[in-house]
Write a protein that binds this ligand. Structure first.
Ligand code: PMP
Length: 307
């Protein structure tokens, strides 16, 4: 999926032309993965573009910076405004937004604090990561032979660039073996998450999702889906569960900015439920997309109109 070029990128406090948003080869993040990023979506609302989860995404960006000890010379409000400006300036409507903080030039040592923190925001058109068919009928996935990193190795709660070496292994393996995605287990062998998604299992009427202690990224959409499912009367349990629960679950689905709410119809070629989108997943999907599309009132204040 190539990145569709837009006109403007916000880079270190000002808008520059797409082709001029460059870095030097000594950029620390290129060598050592010392970057943090976010991925947001804007949706085409009646009144113009509306960003889903602006505040929690910006909050997570600052949390990631704190853990990586990256000083950002901006406030959260300034970054939120710059995100909105980037969508507007490029005349985008429904799009994907990628804020990126990274350690620039300044040192060859591993102490990234000696390099200056740089910041960029790009936004561009982006369809459904797993396709319209995946959203409707579900995707075929595998349990990866790669584990999610152990809690005392990388900082899994952060959206650090270096963490995505692990996600890359998972994705490449799944692609090579003909699956849409891989699910990782954590260091203890419990289910963790997809390479870039959180996972939910519907099992005998209750909904399970791995807890923060299972090396997951705390997804913004994960928290929204937990809230929606509880409001709809379902019991949602954030607890560890084993691999075999995937095979006996009545329904499985992923959540995430890129995949939204995508059903899983098979794991390791074992059919899940009836092999399509399950009824509870469908109800949750309808509620989620209803809020995003404006058909259901956004009582939680999840959408930020950019005009
Ligand atoms: N886990 C990982 C590893 C991810 O990269 C993502 C995407 N940001 C998610 C989960 C889902 O997070 P969110 O709902 O905030 O997009």
């Amino acid at each position: 999926m190539a990145i569709p070029k837009t006109e403007w990128i916000w880079h270190n406090g000002q808008f520059v032309k797409w082709d001029d948003a460059n870095v030097h080869i000594t950029t620390h993040a290129l060598h050592y993965g010392s970057s943090v990023f976010e991925g947001l979506r804007s949706y085409a609302a009646k009144a113009g573009p509306a960003i889903l989860g602006l505040d929690p995404h910006v909050q997570r960006l600052f949390d990631s910076c704190r853990v990586l000890r990256m000083d950002l010379p901006y406030t959260q409000d300034q970054i939120s405004s710059a995100i909105i400006e980037t969508v507007l300036r490029n005349g985008l409507n429904a799009c994907y937004i990628r804020p990126l903080a990274y350690k620039g030039t300044g040192t060859i040592t591993l102490d990234a604090r000696k390099a200056q923190t740089e910041f960029a925001i790009m936004a561009f058109d982006f369809g459904s990561l797993m396709g319209a068919d995946g959203l409707e009928n579900g995707v075929d996935v595998m349990v990866s032979s790669w584990r999610r990193m152990a809690p005392d190795t990388h900082a899994g709660m952060t959206k650090a660039g270096g963490n995505y070496v692990n996600s890359g292994f998972v994705t490449m393996e799944a692609n090579d073996l003909g699956y849409m995605e891989g699910i990782t287990l954590d260091v203890n062998g419990h289910v963790s998450e997809g390479s870039g998604e959180n996972i939910f299992a519907v099992y005998r009427g209750a909904i399970y999702t791995p807890p923060v202690g299972a090396s997951i990224l705390l997804g913004v959409n994960r928290s929204y889906i937990i809230a929606l499912a509880r409001e709809m009367g379902y019991e949602v349990r954030e607890e560890t569960f084993p691999r075999e629960m995937l095979y006996v679950a009545d329904e499985l689905f992923f959540t995430g900015t890129a995949v939204e709410v995508t059903p899983i119809r098979s794991v390791d070629r074992i059919k899940i439920g009836n092999g399509s989108c399950g009824p509870i997943t469908k109800r949750i999907q309808d509620q989620f997309f209803g809020i995003i599309n404006g058909a259901i009132p956004d009582t939680h204040g999840w959408m930020t109109l950019v005009k």
